[in-house]
Design a protein around this ligand. Sequence first.
Ligand SMILES: Nc1nc2c(ncn2[C@@H]2O[C@H](COP(=O)(O)OP(=O)(O)OP(=O)(O)O)[C@@H](O)[C@H]2O)c(=O)[nH]1
Ligand SMILES: [Zn+2]
Length: 368
Amino acid sequence: MGQADAARVGAALPKIDALEDVPAFTDVRPSDEQRAAFEAFCAAAETPGEMHLGCVVRLDRGFPLVVTAERMLRAEHAVGFAKQDKEKGDGLLPAVGDWVALRLAPGHDMGVIERVLPRRTVFERWRGKNRGERQVLCANVDAILVVQPLGAGEVLLGRIARSLVLAADCGAEPIVVLTKADRCSEEEREGEVARVRRLVGGGVRVVVTSSATGEGLDGVRACVPAGTCSMILGESGAGKSTLLNTLLGHDALETGAVRARDDAGRHTTVARVMVKLPGSCGVVTDAPGLRSLPLVGHERGLARAFPEIVEASRGCRFNDCTHTHEPGCSVRAAVEAGEIDELRLEVFKGLASEMRVSAQSLDPDIHL
Ligand SMILES: Nc1nc2c(ncn2[C@@H]2O[C@H](COP(=O)(O)OP(=O)(O)OP(=O)(O)O)[C@@H](O)[C@H]2O)c(=O)[nH]1
Ligand SMILES: [Zn+2]
């Protein structure tokens, strides 16, 4: 996109001055490696004086908003991105949370993203089934807030486990946030929290919240300390936007509202935003309510989320043991001996079998 086109699209985007809760440069911290990569890039650049280190804090209709130490500005992608994009999918396009080398030519209002600096962590999801496309939802994320509502029947353990695997795979800390606590009885709530704790084990934090009563909000704040970036993940209606708005103290994000429709007539969120929580908290990225989070090649995440099962499976007689009916299954033996929780094994089996199926349907090229 040329500067003129970019300016035209830019004019349709929210006015920068009207944006609230946008993190400042000091709220989002580059790692030493990212700073070093930026300096190395500048040293080799033709116009090092025009280069700025920046963080992508919003994408409005795919259009990045970048904060640098001096200012906040809209940016477009350097021409080279279009080519990389075709060759390697959109994994290289800047995502929210990305640190970038931004060129700002004298007299221009719009920056040009010349390079996405190496990511510490990246939360991606697969889309397009076996076409092997990945979409980066957030880069450099420290924790994933896995949101599930209480008071709507049983909490979906499979959904939580799936999110745990994805978080573990990307190297971010998973934290379970159970919303809408005001919607259920004390008894129901205790039962659901116990099931969730049984699923996630002792190493994962579980916070119970209600945006209606204010319960648990400090617990969420404690999970997002200053200088860190968390991403909020949960299906549509889980209460993500309401939770964020309550933490922010005003209605910054649309809740339960009708959103723009995409080409297929589905509701979609047109903006992906990072917001700075008030006080000594860090930033949170709001991801759209995702319909599906397929597991494809997330073996590392599965092993991290279910270490005791993967460990025990090394003793199974068959390498491809599904721990269901095979003789010589160490995992089932460990369940019978009370060493592995049966609930965890049930959930694990569902996710592992999905991953086996998805691996078979994949285009082998995507492993390149
Ligand atoms: N009783 C109660 N209702 C809540 C609470 N939090 C959210 N809700 C309601 O749940 C509905 C969905 O909340 P949202 O915050 O829009 O859900 P979301 O996860 O952001 O959904 P998407 O924006 O579609 O991804 C709304 O009608 C909220 O008013 C809560 O703590 N208690
Ligand atoms: Zn087995």
